[in-house]
Design a protein around this ligand. Structure first.
Ligand SMILES: Cc1cc2nc3c(=O)[nH]c(=O)nc-3n(C[C@H](O)[C@H](O)[C@H](O)COP(=O)(O)OP(=O)(O)OC[C@H]3O[C@@H](n4cnc5c(N)ncnc54)[C@H](O)[C@@H]3O)c2cc1C
Length: 391
């Protein structure tokens, strides 16, 4: 936005590529996102900023398979797949009343604006779901694993505003993957900047309102300085920001190469039991074939938190053998991504106004807005507008 408005922009990126937490690596013909993540195609700000057509988004099926006691239960969004109406209503995950409450929540979400949701009473998602009338069976069997996979915590302490917003996004659109991997999103943004506007491998050590110093000791001057790092780095870089340690949600992602897809469809499979380390599984090559070379399937497994890596692969395989049977033994392990700083904790009413200005330095990122790609884009837009409207 700033570059398009005619300002000369220089982006100093500490790592070896653009994207931050949204990166994809090509490994032996597989596309491995750094942790399982999806793009919700109803995100309003992302829809304004990105060329969604060019991302060639591939949708997941609307719903989930809940694995409980070794059996699969299919819970579909019956408004989009009406033929699953009866099957979903009769699944033993939640009661028929719970399914009607989902319809009520869906109606409320679709008929509320994002601004209305942001102004609602904020409490934990768990309290919200109970107050809405959902049974413990529905909360444990569906909401904990499904939203646990999004919030990266199954206790559902995350803000109910965040829940309602995300629920609205699922009601209005699909979870998707860009055909060529999640990193297509930041690559598209980076491609809009003029040649030379991004310097990779340039970590910044210090900032003030009109200058920055890189780790190499180079000092650069600017009319405006924007710190668009993660929240922990921002609090250590920017004078005047509260120095309290930021709390993070962590996740560990395991990738396996399988001779064939254990699901055979673009859907997320959830752990609907109370025990176990696995939260969710999906086969990314069922969503978009570019994620795996011909003849192989790419299985993504998410484990919440940062568990002891010793023996983790074996524990995951043993659990998934209950889900998928003996074929799991033939899967080849590709990689495990441990991401201790995946999402800033979003407690009820814990967020700020979308960006901050401290001692003349602009600060943006998901920690200023909501813990998502949409939140990061909303925050960046707010900062760009503030600068364009006169600093
Ligand atoms: C595993 C995982 C799953 C997720 N799932 C989803 C999902 O399904 N849907 C969704 O919408 N969101 C998801 N998210 C969240 C989403 O990825 C983030 O909220 C968003 O990318 C944050 O963007 P950001 O620009 O605020 O920060 P970041 O992506 O953290 O970018 C900050 C940038 O600053 C750079 N930097 C840091 N310090 C310095 C320094 N000193 N000097 C120079 N550069 C520096 C970093 O290298 C990085 O490039 C997920 C995140 C993870 C990790």
């Amino acid at each position: 936005m700033l570059s398009r408005a005619g300002l000369k922009v220089l982006v100093l990126e500490g790592s070896d590529g653009v994207g931050g937490r949204v990166r994809t690596d090509e490994v032996d013909g597989f596309l491995l996102d750094r942790g399982f993540q999806v793009f919700l195609d109803a995100y309003p700000e992302a829809g304004r900023i990105l060329d969604l057509q060019a991302l060639d988004l591939r949708p997941f099926r609307p719903g989930a398979l809940v694995m409980r006691g070794g059996r699969r239960h299919r819970l579909m969004d019956v408004f989009r797949t009406p033929r699953h109406f009866l099957g979903t209503a009769l699944q033993p995950i939640g009661s028929v009343r719970d399914k009607l409450l989902v319809a009520k929540l869906r109606y409320r979400a679709r008929h509320s604006t994002v601004e209305e949701i942001a102004a609602r009473d904020d409490r934990s998602t768990e309290d919200f779901l109970r107050a809405f009338g959902f049974s413990e069976g529905m909360i444990d069997g569906f909401f904990r694993p499904f939203y646990g996979g999004i919030f990266l915590e199954r206790e559902l302490t995350t803000s109910s505003r965040m829940f309602e917003f995300t629920f609205k996004m699922f009601a209005e659109g699909s979870a998707t993957l860009p055909a060529e991997g999640m990193s297509a999103i930041p690559r598209q943004l980076a491609a809009r900047l003029p040649e030379g506007a991004i310097r990779l491998g340039t970590p910044v050590r210090a900032v003030d309102r009109n200058s920055i110093v890189t780790e190499d000791g180079e000092r650069l001057r600017a009319d405006f300085v924007v710190v668009a790092t993660d929240g922990s780095t921002a609090t250590s870089l920017v004078p005047g920001l509260p120095r309290k340690e930021m709390a993070w949600r962590s996740v560990t992602a395991l990738y396996f190469s399988a001779p064939k897809s254990p699901l055979g469809e673009a859907i997320i499979a959830l752990n609907g039991d109370t025990g176990g380390v696995v939260n969710n599984v999906c086969v990314l090559s069922d969503v978009t074939p570019a994620y795996a070379p011909a003849g192989r399937a790419l299985v993504s497994v998410s484990v919440l938190g940062d568990p002891d890596p010793d023996g983790l692969e074996e524990r995951v395989r043993a659990e998934l053998a209950d889900w998928f049977g003996g074929e799991v033994a033939r899967w080849e392990w590709l990689r495990t991504d441990r991401i201790p700083r995946a999402l800033p904790v979003s407690n009820p009413s814990g967020k700020t106004d979308g960006y901050q200005v401290s001692e003349g330095i602009y600060v943006c990122g998901d920690h200023c807005s909501s813990a998502s790609i949409e939140g990061a884009l909303v925050s960046g837009t707010r900062v760009a507008n503030a600068i364009l409207e006169g600093g």
